[in-house]
Write a protein that binds this ligand. Structure first.
Ligand SMILES: [Zn+2]
Length: 354
């Protein structure tokens, strides 16, 4: 189950479809929906590290992940991207009584339905159907359609009460809400195209301002979002395409060689302390390598800022706590991209001194 760091690929080797120019914008407000307090070894593994003692110390280091969602505003349309983790455990599937990813901190003020007026929305988009992204979907009117990546519904398979995916509440499927899968085989509305280093993307509003991007690796149907937020500047909301900045940064030096590539690899972990088997944060590691390098490649573009669904460094430099919001159209003015990448460098240097 462990992944050698030699599986990483050269980000510069990926074909790159230029981002459209002179297209409308979509406003993106990042929402901080709470924290998962954990250890770094659950999320990132510095497989390149030769010093076994230091490797272990890095894995044991405390690590807190913010849980991000976002509010998209495009003309009259308002979409919520991810709903975070609901804070009423009695409404979660049974399996979460024994499974833990760490200690959660989920103040009510940071619950999606309290950050945004549920009835004001045009649609909800899930990056993927996991507990820290599907939130309290049932708190939103069932007339609001829900968009998700192709293959998600087959994977969910009716959810926990119907013999399907144990981590998914069947009740969410029983509200009469329309679930709309986005993908090549999901009907006329979705026309596949390449964008940047990604091979498969779909134009959400039909004006090239906002793309739902197939970012494979983490789980079936995983989507990311690429939005043009202000004159030529874009943000890429990566969902759980990676859980830690160290998985896509630093950019490996040229010429590319695994010996000098300091990116981490997906961690392996045990779902419960009694588990005999290791689980991996990336269900499809063979697809993850391309997705990770595509994010590295995007971040190399001066006019794109990548933000992971749990990127701690972004919360740090933007000063975000649970319940806070951050207008991402301002990222260049506030120098947030440079700051969060430098913060990541500082964190990684600190770890190398353990
Ligand atoms: Zn997540």
């Amino acid at each position: 189950m462990s992944h050698p760091h030699t599986s990483h690929i050269d980000p510069r080797s990926l074909p790159f479809e230029p981002l459209p120019k002179g297209v409308p914008t979509c406003s993106v407000e990042l929402l901080h929906m709470g924290w998962i307090h954990s250890r770094r070894g659950m999320w990132a593994d510095d497989a390149w590290e030769q010093d076994e003692r230091r490797k272990q110390a890095k894995a044991d280091a405390d690590y807190s992940l913010p849980i991000f969602g976002a509010l998209l505003q495009h003309g009259e349309d308002r979409y919520l991207w991810d709903l975070g983790w609901r804070n009423d455990p009695e409404n979660l599937p049974e399996m979460f009584k024994s499974v833990s990813f760490g200690r959660t901190e989920l103040p009510s003020s940071a619950q999606a339905h309290n950050l945004v007026d549920p009835s004001s929305l045009t649609g909800i988009i899930w990056s993927h159907a996991h507990i820290d992204h599907y939130g309290a979907t049932d708190r939103f009117p069932p007339t609001i359609p829900l968009f998700l990546g192709e293959g998600s519904l087959k994977w969910i398979n009716g959810g926990d009460k119907k013999g399907g995916l144990k981590s998914f509440p069947s009740t969410y499927l029983e509200q009469g809400r329309e679930f709309i899968e986005v993908g090549e085989g999901s009907g006329e509305r979705w026309k596949k195209r390449a964008i940047g280093p990604f091979e498969e993307a779909y134009d959400l509003f039909g004006d090239e301002s906002t793309f739902l991007v197939k970012a494979s690796g983490h789980c079936p149907g995983h989507l990311a979002l690429l939005a043009h937020v202000s004159s030529g500047d874009w943000v890429f909301l990566a969902g759980d395409a990676a859980h830690n900045q160290a998985l896509y940064l630093p950019v490996p030096p040229q010429p590319f060689h695994h010996e000098t590539d300091r990116r981490s690899v997906p961690a392996k972990f045990k779902l419960t302390p009694e588990s005999e088997n290791w689980s991996c944060m990336q269900d499809f590691p063979e697809m993850f390598w391309r997705t990770a390098s595509a994010m590295t490649r995007l971040e190399m573009e001066d006019n794109v800022m990548v933000v992971l669904g749990h990127e701690k460094e972004f919360a740090t430099v933007a000063g975000l706590e649970a319940g806070d919001r951050c207008d991402l159209s301002q990222w260049r003015q506030k120098d947030l991209k440079k700051k969060k990448d430098q913060e990541g460098e500082k964190v990684r240097e600190g770890l190398n001194e353990l």
